[in-house]
Design a protein around this ligand. Structure first.
Ligand code: FAD
Length: 414
């Protein structure tokens, strides 16, 4: 017997995985997006299944470094002057996450998601025949300077209690793994980390499979929402009203705009990030992140992607392409073959990471309408956590027991 219908707003990696999971379980799913599928933040990420990133971004070390970071124009974090007053309350919440107990709870909540993530991806990739898009070559976290080995050792020790396998490499061992990499004095090698050289194609492949098993996609911008007395929800577009029995909001960084229509408040904001695509391929065998400069280089099928940086400037300000271009200056320091690359020849991209101050997503059911669900706020880890979020969402919607406690991801926590 066919199960009930559900509408999902947002066809990023989160909405696509949720829609595919639900459709494959027998739901009749309508996926709605104002743009093409997978064209938002999902289209340009670094392709790193970052399951080793189990700590909230707010930590005591960042707290110490914050003034220095903020005053460095080429630094990893910046706040646009016209956005300082808007982001201030978010920042205060961010700083409060560094309290020991909050940080520990956040770590456990991120760990639960990340530990389950690759197993959750397997059935989705298998059904969509996309396993070939995921490579299991590990990942390097590189350190530079005279303190490199000390810092790498410290990071390794921090991760050990959590069972995240990593191995300390010296300069010579790094060169054996990545012959073109220079200026890294020490590195941690994470053998169990996977990546995709085609993050956009991966999301589109999952979307195509969703359509092939009967899922529907419609292109609309949802401009208003209305809760009806029978707990159904009306979605308003510029031209019509879509009636829906159950609704899942997975609109990434834009989700709060929809929640505003229902008078639901959360501190969701956006950490804008950039990438620069360099035409040269085969420079690296696996993703390499640079611990101090906080950016990543990933070998992609169509070139090399330099990605990262955090910019607080909201959803309306124009991109600041200098944030993307500076990634080339950093990358040239580590990869000799990039020395002749010119910024103007590289393709630039900006994405809106959907971020809460505590680095955790919202995966929840609405308290006042049991037909309304939320799945957004996956910050730097949306690709990583999409499949497990979809699994948890499907359990929640279907009233099944979830594989772990969902209270850390509650919308009520703010
Ligand atoms: C530079 C960079 C590098 C990254 N690298 C990684 C990485 O290596 N690994 C990792 O795990 N994560 C990474 N991320 C994070 C990851 O890309 C995001 O967390 C993820 O893409 C968020 O997916 P989403 O589906 O929530 O949002 P999105 O992909 O933004 O999708 C939201 C969708 O909702 C639609 N929408 C919004 N409002 C409406 C509306 N009113 N009506 C209809 N549709 C609407 C939008 O059009 C959009 O398509 C990176 C991010 C950046 C910026």
């Amino acid at each position: 017997m066919r199960k009930r219908a559900i509408t999902v707003i947002g066809s990023g990696i989160i909405g696509i995985c949720c829609a595919l999971k639900l459709q494959s379980e027998g739901y009749k799913v309508l996926l709605i997006d104002k743009n093409e599928p997978a064209s938002g933040c999902t289209s340009g990420n670094a392709g790193h299944f970052a399951t080793e990133q189990i700590f909230p971004l707010a930590n005591k070390e960042i707290l110490k470094q914050l003034p220095k970071i903020l005053f460095n124009p080429n630094g990893p974090l910046t706040i646009k002057s016209n956005y300082i007053h808007k982001i201030a309350p978010w920042m205060i919440r961010f700083l409060l996450v560094t309290r020991d107990q909050t940080f520990q709870k956040g770590t456990q909540a991120l760990r639960n998601l990340n530990e389950a993530t690759m197993d959750a991806y397997k059935p989705l990739l298998k059904m969509a025949k996309l396993e070939h898009l995921v490579e299991n070559k590990g990942y390097l976290l590189a350190f530079e300077g005279t303190n490199a080995e000390k810092l790498a050792r410290k990071e390794s020790l921090t991760l050990k209690p959590y069972g995240i396998k990593n191995q300390l490499l010296n300069g010579h061992e790094i060169t054996e793994m990545e012959p073109l990499l220079r200026n890294c004095e020490a590195s941690l090698y994470f053998p169990e980390i996977s990546h995709t050289t085609e993050p956009h194609k991966l999301a589109l492949g999952l979307f195509d499979h969703f359509i092939s098993i009967g899922g529907e996609f419609e292109k609309h911008e949802i401009i208003d929402l209305h809760n009806n007395s029978d707990k159904s929800i009306d979605l308003m577009t510029n031209s019509n009203t879509i009636k829906t029995e159950k609704l899942l909001i997975a609109a990434g960084a834009f989700s709060q705009k929809l929640l505003d229509k229902l008078s639901i408040k959360t501190p969701l904001d956006t950490e804008r990030g950039y990438h620069l695509m360099v035409n040269q391929s085969h420079l690296l065998n696996r993703p390499v992140a640079f611990a101090q400069r906080k950016f990543i280089i990933t070998p992609m099928s169509n070139g090399t992607r330099l990605a990262g940086t955090v910019e607080f400037a909201g959803l309306e300000n124009q991109p600041n392409w200098k944030r993307a271009e500076m990634l080339l200056d950093h990358a040239q320091h580590f990869l000799e073959p990039l020395k002749d690359s010119e910024k103007q020849d590289c393709q630039k991209w900006m994405g809106f990471r959907p971020s809460f101050p505590d680095s955790l997503p919202v995966i929840d059911r609405c308290q006042t309408n049991e037909n309304l669900f939320f799945c957004f706020g996956h910050q730097h880890l949306g690709l990583t956590q999409a499949a497990i979020s979809a699994e948890l969402m499907a359990d929640l919607i279907d009233g099944r027991e979830t594989q772990f406690e969902l209270s850390p991801y509650s919308i009520q926590r703010f």
